[in-house]
Design a protein around this ligand. Structure first.
Ligand code: CUA
Length: 313
């Protein structure tokens, strides 16, 4: 029985699976038939000649099967590579969900601040980008109906995406052994029509968006002290930082994505922006995973309004 295909990715994975199964089946059939054929042909007592195979013929056969195997391999490789690379090309317009795994639950957050535990509501036909991290050990986010599986690691962000293609409720599993209740660390993805999803999210308790909560944290944690603009300590302005190419001290650039911002808060001296001193203290152990999500959401929401006027004569 075929497991349900509920994402745009699922039919691609399945088609590769069925092609490989068909190819393997054909090879098994061919080899089995030949074994049977020759064991009858050369059975004991027959007068079939048993001399060596002619040189020329065997060379052609050898070139033939080597080429056929190579082409079959390249054919499958190409199909799988195309499917695999789409898993790393996250659509720009994707809706974002933050996932924090911990022993033994999935914490899921929508950009508007709606939080869910173990159950994630998403609309059908909309790409969903997952920005995931773990609070403790390695977990793995697995939705069989989507054919989506991604390890979730502590200390960094990993990304995955899917686009659900069929409304319904689908299993979410943890597929990395993570302790006593690993087997219970599951939940569900509720895929709704876009109008049902809009109604659902409107019906959730209205709180502040992640970015608004981040703005409060940004002040409370003292970030404004240096990054506020009026500070005497020279710190890079953070308005419009997200997505920017940051020049680094010592040469090179880094794209300011979620992982970079996360590192800049926890390990500020790992990559120092060109022209600045490595004076920022680490917020390791100060900012929780939930705080980081909020701070980063705030930084992402900061657009450059106008360049700061240069002070000087
Ligand atoms: Cu989390 Cu297994």
């Amino acid at each position: 029985m075929r497991p349900v295909e509920a994402s745009t990715y699922a039919p691609r994975v399945d088609s590769i699976f069925w092609m490989l199964t068909a190819a393997s089946g054909a090879v098994i059939l061919l080899v089995g038939t030949l074994v049977l054929f020759f064991s009858i042909k050369y059975r004991r007592g027959t007068a079939t000649p048993r001399g060596p195979v002619p040189d020329r013929l065997s060379r052609e056969v050898e070139i033939g099967w080597t080429a056929a195997t190579a082409f079959a391999f390249l054919f499958f490789f190409w199909f799988a590579a195309v499917a695999e690379t789409t898993q790393f090309e996250i659509p720009r317009k994707a809706m974002e969900i933050h996932v924090v795994a911990k022993q033994w639950m999935w914490k899921l957050e929508h950009p508007n601040g709606t939080r869910e535990i173990n159950t994630l509501h998403v609309p059908v036909g909309v790409p969903v980008r997952l920005v995931m991290t773990s609070q403790d050990v390695i977990h793995s986010f697995f939705v069989p109906a989507f054919r989506t599986k991604q390890d979730v690691l502590p200390g960094r962000y990993v990304e995955a995406w899917f686009e659900a293609s069929k409304p319904g409720t689908y299993h979410l599993f943890c597929t990395e052994y993570c302790g006593t209740d690993h087997s219970r660390m599951g939940g569900g993805i509720v895929v709704q029509s876009q109008s049902d999803f809009a109604r659902w999210i409107d019906a959730q308790p209205q709180g502040d968006s992640l970015a608004d909560q981040g703005a409060v944290l940004f002040r409370r944690m003292g970030c404004t002290g240096c990054h506020g603009g009026s500070s005497r300590i020279r710190a890079p302005s953070l308005a419009g930082v997200f997505g920017r190419q940051q020049p680094l001290e010592g040469g090179g650039f880094v794209t300011a994505d979620e992982s970079y911002l996360r590192d800049s808060i926890l390990l500020p001296n790992k990559q120092v922006v060109a022209g600045y001193q490595p004076v920022m203290p680490s917020y390791q152990g100060v900012a929780s995973e939930d705080d980081l999500i909020r701070l980063i959401a705030y930084l992402k929401s900061q657009k450059v309004v106008s360049p700061r006027p240069e002070v000087g004569p």
